[in-house]
Design a protein around this ligand. Structure first.
Ligand code: SF4
Length: 187
């Protein structure tokens, strides 16, 4: 399971593990959070779905939504190529910024549905269709993708795709773990 992607992520400078279930992913996250006083979560549906956000709140951790300075930053990827390139698309850019520089530790939790067999362009297409479009619908944005389900590279004031970050390698000063999960999680 995910051998090729785990190997590619390690070659790109990340720590990487593969797990079978969201419960195992949650256990990894909670272990990472043990020594963290402050935790950011990047608005990730995946982090909610595995139950980590609620568990962290219940444990009394300080949860930060829109800052870059914290002990541990949790997020998912909008898409990832099989050979370990991560793609994330933001409107504000705070999630991308925090995954590059600031937190002491970054942990991605990535469901199997986020991994594409092709290259970066396929990953961007996946992110637009299966992440941006449902996010626009969830947030009641007036964009073509919210209505039609496909990207029209819009000029809408509500556009949420303003920063496309392609991670060729793990950023230099940010210790990063990627947890791949053999379940569909988030979008
Ligand atoms: S560019 Fe516009 S239409 Fe395309 S995914 Fe982003 S918000 Fe939707």
């Amino acid at each position: 399971m995910f051998e090729k992607t785990v190997e590619a992520l390690r070659r790109r400078g990340y720590e990487a593990v593969a797990v079978s279930t969201k419960e195992e992913a949650k256990a990894v996250v909670m272990k990472e959070a043990e020594s963290a006083a402050s935790v950011g979560w990047g608005g990730s549906e995946t982090i909610k779905e595995i139950g980590a956000r609620a568990a962290l709140e219940a444990s009394g951790k300080e949860i930060r939504d829109h800052q870059t300075m914290m002990d541990l930053f949790l997020l998912s990827a909008n898409a990832m190529t099989e050979d370990g390139v991560i793609v994330n698309i933001d409107g504000t850019g705070n999630r991308v910024a925090a995954s590059i520089y600031g937190p002491r530790r970054v942990v991605y939790v990535v469901g199997r549905n986020k991994i594409v067999p092709g290259g970066v362009l396929e990953a961007i297409v996946r992110a637009k269709k299966f992440a941006c479009a449902p996010n626009c619908r969830r947030l009641s944005k007036k964009t073509p993708c919210a209505e039609l389900g496909t990207c029209a590279d819009c000029d809408s004031p509500d556009r949420i795709c303003k920063v496309t970050a392609v991670f060729d390698r793990c950023p230099t000063h940010t210790s990063t773990l990627v947890v791949l999960v053999d379940e569909d999680l988030g979008y």
